[in-house]
Design a binder for this molecule. Structure first.
Ligand code: GDD
Ligand code: MG
Length: 360
């Protein structure tokens, strides 16, 4: 039986204000809570047992996913009393695993959207005989990630989490947040205290001469840590660029869920999703955006690369670009909001209040 641990413990503060009511893994991406995509991809790769390691708002996962049987999985939940960090969270769920000491255990960061070939990572692990195998991806600016240089055979030579100085930036290969651990390695992580797998476990293993193997590939990969990335990820799921068996419908320019109402002359494009109970009015144009359940985009509004929270309202003729509108917030008519704007949940922006372009 293939087992996996899913880490969903971070606070998700960077997705606020949207996550005031909804923890990040439960924010819908392409119509379903983001976590569904990771669980469905794991299942499709042959994983049968998943332990969700969480440290906050755990009570929202279980009512939705239950025992996992609707996804064909056996799903268990473990909640930390105090956040234990990534390594501590892994160690904390070890007793739930059924695998033997030499068996491979998959571990996933819970905020990654990727086309990773999971069976290929397991194959790499088996054929290299490694203690831990890591999925690596190349990024332009590696400073927000864990840097993982490898030798000519793919063997990891160092692990540098969030490098601070230019001298530390020795590669563009970063930890993509998916690992295979030999089961017995998990048992060596100290129990009962916070441990960072990136800052403590990996460097300690390397210092002790353990074999860490990297698998670099160029498949789709996105860390959904920022609202902009989350919107991009949702659109890429709808477009089919990010592969997931959990997208509830055909992939394409837009996904309109049952119970949504879209005016015949409204234009949806760029991977836009309109969720159940949401409305898009006459002449509105929505591109690369997520309109969550019960939200309303009034006639003539133009919404680009934005996230419209559940029950929120975008007024007539309002233009939004790169904006996050929190749940139940109201942006009145004739506003113009640009990249990086976030409207707090339940806040109201009166009509014709903010504008960037000339007053024509
Ligand atoms: N259960 C639990 N408890 N989970 C946690 C905890 C904790 O105390 N802390 C973090 N996590 C989970 C987060 O929810 C997330 O899914 C994952 O562990 C990684 O934590 P982040 O806080 O998102 O880390 P990051 O994005 O700054 O960096 C990590 O991911 C990068 C790739 O996106 C590191 O693993 C980097 O090395 C990596 O490059
Ligand atoms: Mg992250």
């Amino acid at each position: 039986m293939t087992e996996a641990i899913l880490l969903v413990g971070g606070k998700g503060t960077r997705l606020r204000p949207l996550t005031v009511h909804t923890p990040k893994p439960m924010v819908p991406a392409a119509g379903v809570p983001f976590l569904t995509h990771q669980l469905a991809r794991a299942r499709a790769a042959g994983v049968e047992h998943v332990v969700l390691a969480t440290s906050y708002l755990a009570e929202v996962f279980e009512p939705y996913f239950g025992d996992g049987s609707s996804l064909g999985l056996h799903l268990e939940y473990v909640t930390e009393v105090e956040p234990l960090g990534t390594g501590g969270a892994i160690r904390n769920v070890a007793s739930r695993l059924h695998s033997g000491p030499d068996d491979p255990i998959l571990i996933f960061n819970g905020d990654i959207l990727t086309g990773l070939d999971i069976p290929a990572l397991l194959d790499t692990h088996r054929s290299s005989g490694a203690d831990v195998s890591l999925h690596l991806t190349r990024v332009e600016d590696p400073r927000a990630f864990g840097l993982v240089p490898t030798d000519g055979t793919g063997r990891v030579t160092a692990f540098l989490e969030k490098p601070q100085t230019p001298e530390e930036i020795v590669t563009d290969q970063v930890n993509a947040g998916a690992y295979v651990f030999r089961r017995s390695v998990i048992d060596t992580i100290p129990a009962g205290r916070p441990v960072s797998v990136e800052r403590e476990t990996f460097p300690d293993l390397l210092a002790a001469g353990a074999h860490l193997q990297g698998m670099v590939d160029s498949t789709y990969w996105l860390d959904l840590g920022t609202p902009q990335a989350f919107v991009r990820g949702s659109a890429d799921l709808v477009l089919g660029r990010a592969p997931s068996p959990a997208v509830p419908g055909r992939t394409g320019e837009s996904l309109v869920l049952p119970g949504a109402v879209v005016a015949p002359d409204a234009k949806l494009s760029g991977g836009t999703v309109v969720a159940e109970g949401a409305e898009v009015g006459a002449g509105a144009r929505v591109h690369g955006s997520a309109v969550l359940a019960g939200a309303v985009v009034e006639p003539g509004a133009v919404v680009t690369d934005s996230l419209i929270g559940a029950g929120a309202r975008v007024g007539a003729r309002t233009h939004l670009t790169g904006t996050v509108v929190g749940d139940a917030a109201v942006v009145g008519p004739d506003n113009e909001l640009r990249e990086g704007t976030r409207i707090w949940c339940e806040a109201t922006l009166p009509a014709a209040t903010i504008r960037f372009s000339s007053d024509q």
